[in-house]
Unconditional design. Structure first.
Lengths: 82, 335
């Protein structure tokens, strides 16, 4: 789980927050409400998830409950990888 | 020619956010690139998915597709595809942002008449739009990531277009909404996708919030309401066929000329419908030192849709100063 969280954080900082400080993102912060990721960014995120964790994200799984924070993403990846 | 460091494989410059280069001058985006994401086989799969949906979706409404139509090259071709390739009943929605080029307006009329499709014009008050665009030229309204893909002016305009198209489709119970996104603008994976109400509700806030701060409640009629979000079953499918069909600019222009489209000479090279684009690009380049179309065009270069030289040609020349001044004066005069 910790490894997954660390991978997600690296991806978010590298692709969405750029040079921001580590404290700019809490693991429960909403990507969408804080404007870190927008609707197009979600597709980029899904592309990365599928490639990195070898999972398939279905259309109906594209919901904030699965994708909208570091913790939610890690939980979602955990469930999908079972 | 530009003096700044540019990826030796695509066209991303050293000023692009988060970029790095290896010893051969290839950027991190090209290094991560694993070959064409949209192979012929994958594209075929998405077209089949769309064809399957066409045959299953109820056709109780008057129209099958609500198409976001700008009169530009890509959306004209997409409209032709919906009408002639898929034989669908299309309603076009034209969002008049107060800067549609006269040539594009002519194209809209001619093409819609040639294809016998109905057109719905959505024309917000120019005063409202000027206030939005003027603020977007001066302030950072959205997330840092949006700056990679478009100018803040374009993001504001497109945000309104996407919202009003969705709202209208829900109101008119139209099962599909169509967009002419090029392969560089949207991945094939999103080319046939059910609009997710809960995701849209959250992402809409990112656009609605800043625009509402600028102009207040007059912006409300252009966005999806809370009541509409409560009925996710009424949300349409999102279709952008240019991601799953072959994209060849030469062939596209050849085809749309057959239905009356003429290449406008009153817009900048990256737009075939909007006069404001030159000003929007100029502001973005001045502020961030990279062209707002560079991400989209770099994607197309990487995917082989155009050559690196063709890509550079689209982003290197400075904007036409007359066009920049025209929009600037129009926006500032109404202050």
């Amino acid at each position: 789980m910790n490894q997954t969280i660390s991978k997600i954080r690296s991806f978010i900082f590298e692709n969405f927050l750029f040079d921001a400080d580590e404290s700019a993102l809490g693991n429960n912060d909403s990507f969408l409400e804080q404007g870190i990721i927008d609707s197009t960014g979600i597709l980029e995120l899904v592309d990365w998830l599928e490639e990195t964790f070898t999972i398939k994200v279905l259309d109906e799984e594209l919901i904030p409950e699965n994708l909208d924070s570091v913790t939610k993403l890690a939980d979602f990846i955990g469930k999908k990888s079972c | 020619m530009s003096q700044q460091t540019i990826c030796t494989n695509c066209i991303l410059p050293a000023t692009f956010p988060g970029i790095s280069f290896d010893e051969t001058g290839v950027c991190n985006h090209c290094q991560k690139y694993r070959g064409k994401k949209a192979t012929g086989e994958i594209k075929k799969k998405y077209e089949e998915k769309f064809l399957d949906l066409i045959s299953h979706e109820k056709r109780s409404s008057t129209y099958d597709v609500l198409m976001a139509y700008s009169g530009g090259k890509d959306s004209t071709y997409t409209l032709d595809v919906f009408v002639n390739r898929y034989k669908l009943r299309v309603l076009t929605l034209v969002f008049d942002n107060a800067f549609i080029s006269p040539k594009a307006e002519k194209n809209i009329k001619k093409v819609c008449a040639a294809l016998s499709v109905d057109t719905l014009f959505v024309r917000p008050s120019p005063k409202t739009l000027y206030r939005i665009f003027r603020t977007a030229a001066q302030e950072e309204l959205y997330s840092a990531k949006t700056l990679e893909r478009a100018s803040t002016i374009c993001t504001s305009c497109i945000g309104m277009v996407k919202a009003i198209v969705l709202r209208t489709a829900i109101e008119k119970e139209i099962p599909f909404v169509g967009f002419g996104w090029s392969p560089g603008q949207a991945p094939v994976q999103s080319s046939v996708m059910k609009t997710n109400a809960s995701l849209m509700q959250t992402t809409q806030k990112a656009i609605f919030g800043p625009l509402h701060n600028i102009v207040g409640d007059v912006i409300n009629p252009y966005f999806v309401t809370a009541e509409q979000f409560a009925h996710p079953e009424k949300f349409p499918w999102n279709i952008h066929p240019l991601s799953f069909l072959e994209y060849d600019e030469g062939n596209i222009i050849k085809r749309i000329k057959e239905i009356g489209w003429e290449k406008p000479d009153d817009t900048d090279p990256n737009s075939s419908n909007c006069i404001l684009n030159a000003f929007a690009n100029h502001v973005h380049r001045k502020k961030y030192n990279f062209h707002p179309y560079v991400w989209e065009i770099a994607n197309m270069v990487r995917e082989g849709v155009m050559t690196r030289d063709e890509g550079l040609e689209k982003i290197e020349p400075p904007e036409d100063q007359k066009m920049v001044e025209y929009s600037k004066e129009k926006l500032m005069a109404d202050g």
